[in-house]
Write a protein that binds this ligand. Sequence first.
Ligand code: GDP
Ligand code: ADP
Length: 207
Amino acid sequence: MSFKEKGLLVVLSGPSGVGKGTVCKALRNRGSSLQYSISVTTRKPREGEIDGVHYFFRTRDQFQQMIENEQLLEWAEYVGNFYGTPIDYVRKTLDDGKDVILEIEVQGALQVKHRFPDGLFIFLAPPNLNELKKRIVGRGTETAELIESRMNVARSEMELMQNYNYVVENDQVEKACDRIEAIVLAEHCRVDRLIGKYQNNEGADGL
Ligand SMILES: Nc1nc2c(ncn2[C@@H]2O[C@H](COP(=O)(O)OP(=O)(O)O)[C@@H](O)[C@H]2O)c(=O)[nH]1
Ligand SMILES: Nc1ncnc2c1ncn2[C@@H]1O[C@H](COP(=O)(O)OP(=O)(O)O)[C@@H](O)[C@H]1O
């Protein structure tokens, strides 16, 4: 029997505006082997966003149907919209031995932790809350009212950091990517993940 390592489920979470999307995109551009799950959302597409690429954009009724059909690994309501992770893609990709990364907010990350306790939970943190607000304002995608509600959510989200395995500060995008890649690499080398590979004498040619 050959030893086949299952993929690793990496959950990258943290407050809105901290840079999750930016860091994920940079990881992608580096050609990292992580596979990116595409979420379903009921929010309206922003300019330039494409259905099936950035998100699967769905109505509330369609989203509700996916919940009822148990098609979502997790889901959350966030600032008036619903977001969720399709479970089939995650299961299939992990079974294929590939690592999957989910870029999701903290309520969803906690749900994933219940279902996949062996996942690798990384909290992306801003250098400080002033810098976080600057990033949200600078992105220019939200109205003043939405920025305030996102900041309020962010303050409570910061308190959930203790539920994660690692905290990565996103001071500079490339440094944050270096840290995430190092964490994923180290996770792959953990004894409890690899012990089966060395115990079944695979490739030992009778020695
Ligand atoms: N729980 C959950 N959160 C998600 C999912 N997809 C995206 N999010 C999070 O929803 C929040 C809002 O996303 P979005 O409206 O795209 O804004 P932005 O990420 O702040 O630019 C962010 O914190 C995302 O990480 C998902 O499938 N599940
Ligand atoms: N390390 C960083 N330094 C400065 N600005 C950043 C950094 N990371 C992200 N940003 C900027 O912050 C804003 C929010 O980033 P984004 O990736 O949309 O956050 P999130 O996906 O967590 O909501 C964007 O304008 C982005 O360019």
